[in-house]
Design a protein around this ligand. Structure first.
Ligand SMILES: [Zn+2]
Length: 366
C-alpha cells in the first residue's frame, strides 16, 4: 500500500514538472510575449503604486499646497479616447447640451446606452516617457478672440479676432474633412509614450482666456463635438475682469471635457527673468487653476511665444508636460514637446485662406 502511494506521488510530481515546462500558450514563448507587448513595462498595474510615483517627475518638485495633489485627483479627460467618425450634424446628440460633454456625447452614440464617463479609460494616469524619438504631423490651431471686433478696433485686435460665422465655417470644414480634435496632452502622450491618435488629429487652442471664447467659441465647439485647450492668465480671472473668463466659466469648461492650461499669472515676457519670478509665474498660475478645477494642469503657452531655456527648465521641474510657442508649423517631435508648433488663425481669414494655410503647414511638415 505504501509503495503504491509512493509510486503515485512520483507519477504526480513528474506530471507536474512536465506540465510546468509547457509554454503558457501553444506556439507562444515567454520571449515572444515580451516582444509583442513592448509597452507593458510602462503601464504597471494600478496595484503597484511606487514605480508610478518614483517615475513621475512632478512628485518631488511639487511643493506642499493646501489643494489636493493633482496626481491623485481622479481625472477622466487625460487619456486619449479613440473616437469614431464624428457623426453628421443631423446625427449629433440632441437634448440639453450643457450636461453632455462633446466626447461623452460621441461615446454615448457609440456605446449607447452606457453613460460615457464610466467607459472612459483611466489606466494611464501619468506621463512615463519611454525615450523613443517620435515625430508626427499634428496641426495645433491658435485662436484668441471669437467674436465681432469692437468699434474702432485696431489692426492687432482685428487680427486676433475671428468672426463667429468664420469660426463655425472652419469647424464645419474640419468636421467634413474628417479631423478629430484631441487634447494637447493626448499629443504629448503620443509623442512620449506612443499612445494612439486618431487618423486625422487636430488640436484647437485659445490663448489669453477671453470671455468670448466661452460665449462664442465654446457653444460651437460643443455643437461639433470638438474639444479645445484654453490657456488662462490667472490674475485676470482673480480680478473678475469681465472681458476674460471667470473662474466659474473655467470650471465649467473643464467639467465639459475641455483642457485648461496656463498662460502665466500676469502675461509677462519670461525671458531673462529671475528664477524665482519664473517659478512664481508658471507654478503659481498652475496651482491657481488646479485648486479650482481639481484637475492637473500640464500644458503651458508662452506669453507672446517668448521663452528661454530657464523657462523650459522651470516648466519641466514644476510638472508641465509641454508648451506651445507661436512658431508656425505642424511638425511635432518628442524632443520638442516644450516647443510645440502652432498655426495662427488670423481674423482676416476667410474659409479659403483657412484651408490654404492649414494645408500649407501640413505639407510643409511632411
Ligand atoms: Zn497671450
Amino acid at each position: 500500500m505504501l509503495k503504491l502511494v509512493w509510486e503515485a506521488s512520483i507519477v504526480l510530481v513528474v506530471f507536474s514538472l512536465v506540465a510546468c515546462s509547457e509554454p503558457p500558450f501553444e506556439g507562444v514563448t515567454p520571449e515572444s510575449v515580451v516582444t509583442l507587448t513592448p509597452t507593458s513595462e510602462f503601464n504597471p498595474p494600478t496595484a503597484t503604486p511606487s514605480p508610478i510615483l518614483r517615475l513621475t517627475p512632478t512628485s518631488e518638485f511639487n511643493p506642499p499646497t493646501a489643494t489636493p495633489s493633482p496626481i491623485l485627483t481622479p481625472e477622466v479627460h487625460r487619456s486619449f479616447i479613440p473616437l469614431a467618425v464624428v457623426p453628421e450634424r443631423s446625427e449629433r446628440p440632441q437634448g440639453n447640451p450643457s450636461t453632455s460633454t462633446p466626447r461623452g456625447a460621441i461615446l454615448a452614440l457609440i456605446a449607447s446606452p452606457s453613460p460615457a464617463p464610466t467607459a472612459t479609460p483611466t489606466a494611464i494616469r501619468d506621463l512615463l516617457p519611454d525615450g523613443v524619438l517620435r515625430e508626427t504631423t499634428v496641426p495645433i490651431l491658435m485662436y484668441h478672440h471669437v467674436g465681432e471686433p469692437p468699434p474702432g478696433a485696431d489692426a492687432i485686435r482685428r487680427d486676433l479676432t475671428v468672426l463667429p460665422s468664420e469660426f463655425e465655417a472652419q469647424l464645419a470644414y474640419l468636421s467634413e474633412e474628417g479631423y478629430q480634435t484631441i487634447h494637447l496632452s493626448d499629443l504629448i502622450m503620443h509623442l512620449q509614450m506612443g499612445s494612439p491618435l486618431p487618423p486625422k488629429p487636430i488640436v484647437i487652442t485659445f490663448d489669453d482666456g477671453y470671455h468670448d471664447a466661452f460665449t462664442n467659441a465654446y457653444p460651437l465647439l460643443k455643437e461639433y463635438g470638438f474639444v479645445a485647450t484654453f490657456f488662462i492668465i490667472t490674475q485676470l480671472a482673480d480680478e473678475g475682469r469681465e472681458d476674460y473668463l471667470s473662474w466659474a466659466e473655467i470650471k465649467a469648461l473643464h467639467a465639459a471635457g475641455m483642457e485648461i492650461g496656463s498662460h502665466t499669472y500676469t502675461h509677462p515676457d519670461l525671458r531673462e527673468q529671475p528664477y524665482d519670478y519664473v517659478v512664481w509665474q508658471v507654478l503659481g498660475s498652475k496651482e491657481a487653476i488646479e485648486a479650482r478645477t481639481k484637475g492637473p494642469v500640464r500644458l503651458f503657452s508662452y506669453p507672446s511665444g517668448k521663452y528661454d531655456e530657464q523657462v523650459v527648465e522651470v516648466l519641466k521641474s514644476t510638472g508641465y508636460w509641454g508648451a506651445v510657442a507661436v512658431s508656425q508649423g505642424a511638425h511635432q517631435s518628442s524632443d520638442r514637446t516644450f516647443k510645440l508648433q502652432r498655426i495662427r488663425v488670423r481674423g482676416s481669414y476667410n474659409l479659403r485662406d483657412f484651408a490654404y494655410w492649414l494645408n500649407y503647414w501640413l505639407e510643409d511638415s511632411e
